[in-house]
Design a protein. Sequence first.
Length: 188
Amino acid sequence: MNCERPRREIRWPIVRVQAGHESTIELLSGEWLRLATHYAGRTLLCTESESCELCSLCPSRFYWYLPCVYLPGRTPAICEFSASTSSMLEQNAQMLHGSIGAGLKVRLARKAAKKPVYVEVVGYQKTTPNLSFQEWASALMAVYGLPVLRPEESIAEYGVRVESFILQRAELAANKMKLACAGGIKRR
């Protein structure tokens, strides 16, 4: 499989709330997936190991992901949360419904670009089926140009399988950053 060109039908959009906007989503699962990333001209995954060359050049950021559907159109998507927003969602869901799970309806809003996303649990739909982890995690990995998870493969096993590919991308990006920095220094 060509990891740079994943199959189009498994790619889902990422929900990111822009400043001054709000969206309502319905969760399809309660299983979080946390990923570490680096931004080096584009977002790249980080293995969180000492082998990652980008870790010495730029900070890593952590994002939490959950599958959802946009309401009212019910378009499947993956919601990306920061640490503070994911914590707020988890606290609200536990207080109102006992836990995060499929069917939880959530309103997301952002007042300004530098403000975190506000999360409000607005309801619960009991008939929403729980989406399998392999299905939605594969859709998320396709966004990063990685192959799908194999049936019954855990995320830890998957991480081992794709680690060399992620490290190779990080090395290429790190070399590009180093060349850009070296080119910007004028010698006398």
